[in-house]
Structures are given as C-alpha cells and as structure tokens.
Design a binder for this molecule. Structure first.
Ligand code: PLP
Length: 388
C-alpha cells in the first residue's frame, strides 16, 4: 500500500544507526564496551548556557511562534563572534541564517542550488549527510579523493574540465571529519580561485572550527578574500559548546544563498524555539574560556591516545583539529572486518572508514570522546590482539 517516492531510494539508512545497533548488541551481552565510533561530545553544555535556557523558557514571548528565519539578536551574536574570532564582517540581517544544527543547512543547500542532473563535488572520505542532500535533489555526485599524500585536501587539478564545468556546488570540511586534517589560508585561496573560474558554489562545513591543536586556530573559509562571493560557511554550536542535543547552528556568507536557505527553513520549520535562540546567543557572546578549555581537553586526549598507539606499534598521523583520529587498519583486513574484530575481540567500537566513502577504505575513525584512561584502555585491549 505504501509506495515511497523515488527520491527516497537515494537515502541510505543512517550509517551511525548501524554502528549504534552493533555496539548495543555487544553491551546487551554484558560486555564493557568502549565506544569510540560515534561523534557525540561526552561533556555537558556549560552551566551558564543551560541556566539561560531555563530562565528563557519561562518567557511567554517564546511560547508563541518564533519569527520566520529566527530572532535578529541571534544573528547579531553570530556576526559578533565571526568578527571577534576571524575578523570577518557580515550583515546579520542578510548574511546569516539560523539553522537546526549544521545538518539541516548542509542538506538544504543542495535542494536550494541543484537541479536533477547537476553535479556536486563531494569529498571522499567525507561526512555522509552531504550525499543525502544531493540524493534528495536528484543531482549527481563527483567524488574528490582525499588522500594522506595530499594532506586530505582535494586536488583541484585532478578534476576534469568537463566535470568542473558541470559542477554547481562543492562541499569541503576543515577541520575534517573523519581525517582530522586542517586547511590553510593558501588552500582556501586556491578554492576561491577554482570556484570563481568554474562558477561553483562552495559550502564550507566548519563544524569543528573551534577545535584546533598545536597552537593553531582553524582558519575560516570566510577569511579568504572573495569567499563571500562564492559561498557560505556552516557552523554549529554542537561541538563548540557541547550543544549537540540542542540542534542549533547557522549558515553565514553569501546573501543570495542565505536567502534561499531561509526560504526553505521558513517552509519546513518557521524557526527554533526562542529560548534556545536566546541561550545560543549567550553561548556566542558570553565567556569563551570554555571553548579554549574544550580544545585543550581534546588535545590532551589526543596525546594520551597517540602515546598508547605508539606503545602497541599502531602508527598514524596525529589530527591537527576536530576530535577524530584516522588510523590505518591492520594488514589483511577491510575497514569493516577490522571494526568487527575490534568490537568482538576487544569490545571497542570504531567507525569503519568505508562508511565515509570508498577512499575511506583501509582506515577506521576513532573519536576522542571519552576520558584519557578509557582511551588508553581501549588501545591496550587492541594491543593484546597483536595485530601491529
Ligand atoms: N558536519 C560535520 C562534519 C559533522 O561531523 C557534524 C556532526 O557530527 C555536522 C556537520 C552536523 O552537526 P549538527 O547538525 O549537530 O550541527
């Protein structure tokens, strides 16, 4: 009786849903599972942000529909944060769209810009939600391989002129999920040049913009001259302020794209609960030491993990940002058979690289999302399997 629309065929089951099911099955056997597979921050939202929501929830103004496209005060807070952190000037009324996390915008931009048959350039490996948006738009993907040799940056010279000509949209994401790679101002300058030459819109996913290591603050794409003419950046409060469950983020940059995203959002959602918008504005304009502390915490976890990896002879490149580590699998395994082995024999959940694209094969992703003792224990358990 129920016949799904054709466009639903392009939507796979959420990759992480499968991972969660496998981890839960192991836990149900009574095993002490260490889950390094998912990207869920383990720390709570800073208390001053929670307190603001509690207070704001009582404001009857917020019990009505919020204004379409969100409250101006939150857009102003976004603009202020970008000015302070990146010295980027934006007009909060026309160059900021309030989103339900970064995810909604990353899916919607494909629907805003792609017709069936258009091409979207997508990083491989990359965050799977880019694919879903392209699939819902009925467009095609052309994958840009990210390899260790290229520092996990796309090689624009390797994209054929025909493909570059057909492409209308391109995703990029630094600090990168899943590889932990970071991008430089020079790379972004090259990206703007490539986008201008071929008329391609750039969607910069800056979900991990606050998490940079070794004294380097990640660069925002919008810091690049000309960036606002060719693209938008998607930012989320999920990671920066441990607010993944709150579902709040924004798109910032090109006014025409922001307008299109707002139009879609207005039809689907109207906007976020006002109390959440007020707490989000406080997160962005209030004390920021929690952000620096968070980044330092992930860096110290990275050191603990890599110290343990060195001891068992599992060699990999340290991430420059994000909270993910991208590690080669042991010889003789695929990313899936290796992840299954670690789950069955060591009770450790890791994400198989192939879930992020075909170029993710041969790797697994580990999240720095538990304390140092548990990270070390996970590696010690893996060490007992004598795979390296
Ligand atoms: N982009 C990347 C690369 C991510 O890893 C995530 C979350 O895991 C998101 C975007 C979406 O974040 P949210 O929708 O929670 O804002």
């Amino acid at each position: 009786l129920i016949k799904p629309a054709d466009r639903m065929n392009g939507l796979p089951t959420q990759f992480f849903a499968k991972l969660v099911a496998k981890a839960n099955a192991q836990t149900a056997k009574g095993r002490d599972v260490i889950n390094l597979g998912q990207g869920n921050p383990d720390q709570p939202t800073p208390p001053h942000i929670v307190a603001k929501l509690q207070e704001a929830a009582a404001n009857p103004l917020y019990h009505k529909y919020p204004p379409f496209s969100g409250y101006p005060f939150l857009k102003e807070a976004v603009a202020k944060r970008y000015k302070e952190d990146y010295n980027v000037d934006v007009d909060p009324t026309t160059e900021v769209a309030i989103l339900f996390g970064g995810k909604t915008g990353l899916v919607e931009i494909s629907q805003c810009l792609l017709n069936p048959g258009d091409v979207c350039l997508v990083p491989d490996p990359g965050y799977p939600d880019y694919w879903s948006g392209v699939a819902l738009a009925g467009a095609e993907m052309s994958f840009m391989p990210l390899t260790e040799q290229n520092g996990y940056l796309p090689d624009y010279d390797a994209i054929s002129p025909e493909m570059a000509q057909r492409a209308k949209l391109m995703f990029m994401n630094y600090p990168n999920n899943p590889t932990g790679a970071v991008a430089s101002a020079e790379f972004y300058a090259k990206t703007v040049e490539f986008a201008e030459k071929h008329g391609i819109v750039v969607a910069s996913d800056f979900a991990y913009g606050a998490i940079g290591f070794d004294g380097n603050q990640p660069v925002s794409f919008l810091q690049t001259p000309g960036a606002k003419e060719v693209g938008v950046e998607f930012y989320t409060l999920s990671k920066t302020y441990n607010m993944a469950g709150w579902r709040v983020g924004f798109a910032i940059g090109n006014a025409q794209i922001v307008k299109l995203i707002n139009l879609i959002q207005d039809h689907y959602y109207c906007s976020l609960f006002g109390g959440i918008q007020e707490a989000a504005a406080l997160a962005l304009t209030g004390p920021q030491h929690c952000v620096a502390e968070l980044s330092a915490m992930y860096e110290s976890r990275r050191e603990a993990l890599f110290g343990a990896l060195d001891r068992i002879g599992w060699n990999a490149v340290r991430p420059g940002g994000s909270f993910f580590c991208w590690l080669p699998v042991a010889p003789g395994y695929t990313s899936e058979t290796f992840a299954d082995l670690l789950l069955q024999e060591a009770d450790v959940v890791v994400a198989p690289g192939v879930g992020f694209g075909t170029h993710g094969e041969g790797y697994v992703r580990l999240g720095l999302l538990t304390n140092e003792a548990r990270l070390k224990e996970a590696v010690e358990r893996i060490g007992k399997l004598n795979l390296f």
